[in-house]
Design a binder for this molecule. Sequence first.
Ligand code: HEC
Ligand code: HEC
Ligand code: HEC
Ligand code: HEC
Ligand code: HEC
Length: 237
Amino acid sequence: MKTLRILMIIVAAGFVMFARPGAASECMECHSSPVFRVQHKSLFDYYTEFRNSIHGLAGLDCADCHGGDTTTRDMKKAHVGVKDRVRYDRIPETCGACHENQQRAFVTSDHYRILKDEGTAPNCVTCHGAMEMDFIFAGRVKNTCAFCHNMETGNAPEIPDRADYILSKINIIKGYRSYVETNAKDRELVGELAQAYQELSAKWHRFDLTSVERDTKELLGRYRTAKAQAVRDKRRQ
Ligand code: HEC
Ligand code: HEC
Ligand code: HEC
Ligand code: HEC
Ligand code: HEC
């Protein structure tokens, strides 16, 4: 009797683990199957791209963005609502459920207003991709912005160069940051700077470039000073 009870507890615990969001869901099982791969080649690619993305590696599940029922093998039941939450104009809310800082800044931008009113402005996925989720880095940002901001559209064609310039400064900050985080003695300062970096990154999503540029310069100055101090700290060790 006792062994049976223990067995039942183990089975129940296993069940709970598998039912937990993030564990292998029926969406993944079905969309990754060899049959699916053959019958729906282009949709299968969504799965592989997702698996190798930062989200796949972080253990997200399809349903974290799509909704739907992850526990059933009945395709109809599983698919209820899976397209609604990733509709063009609803994407910011879907992504914003986890990326609150970016979302809060983004809703105050012209991009967001026009996205909602006319549907002709970028949403999160335009710049970051949907499955093959990525960050934007200097060099690539130019093309992303120039898709809409160029001479032909006449829509603020100077923006790609400005965005590229600011991001290249942010890249320098990133370099300083990793040195400071490893070597600086003043851990309180390290925390303050990391916080300021997060705020700057979120502020990007207001697309008020003048203010972002000012904050970027200021933070670069603070990190430069902190790095010089960290170099001295290291020598003294
Ligand atoms: C039993 C297999 C199966 C399960 C389970 C399943 N899917 Fe699908 N899914 C498919 C097939 C097959 C297609 C191809 C299009 C079709 O026939 O509807 C598809 C298509 C889709 C599409 C594209 C919809 C379209 O009409 O273009 C999305 C998005 C999607 N699935 C998401 C999910 C999510 C999210 C889950 C889990 C909550 C899930 N699927 C569970 C088999 C499955
Ligand atoms: C981080 C959020 C996110 C996750 C996680 C995610 N998706 Fe998506 N997916 C999106 C967005 C946004 C779109 C719509 C934009 C697009 O089509 O490029 C989309 C589109 C799709 C489409 C095309 C739908 C169509 O109408 O043709 C398929 C198929 C799909 N996803 C399947 C999946 C599967 C399967 C998983 C899990 C293995 C998954 N997605 C996980 C955000 C996500
Ligand atoms: C269920 C929560 C969740 C949802 C929904 C979600 N993400 Fe994420 N996202 C994460 C996690 C977890 C990471 C891993 C890195 C981290 O911890 O910040 C991440 C990382 C990222 C990164 C890289 C950031 C970095 O620090 O490298 C970008 C860009 C991103 N997500 C954009 C999106 C977009 C765009 C959407 C909507 C299509 C989305 N996310 C939806 C949880 C989520
Ligand atoms: C017009 C293009 C654009 C749009 C739209 C956009 N982003 Fe970004 N996003 C960027 C750029 C450029 C960066 C890089 C700035 C940086 O490194 O701080 C970035 C950085 C990020 C990061 C990484 C922040 C970090 O830790 O460094 C996340 C997460 C993110 N965006 C989420 C979102 C979400 C969620 C949305 C929609 C609500 C969104 N983005 C809309 C361009 C965009
Ligand atoms: C899908 C198209 C699209 C993409 C991609 C895009 N934008 Fe925009 N952007 C717009 C539209 C539309 C407006 C509104 C123009 C207006 O005021 O009528 C706008 C406005 C702006 C403004 C405000 C301009 C002003 O001074 O009034 C800034 C700043 C901006 N975008 C920055 C960016 C940056 C930076 C990127 C790349 C990371 C980018 N945009 C990518 C469509 C886009």
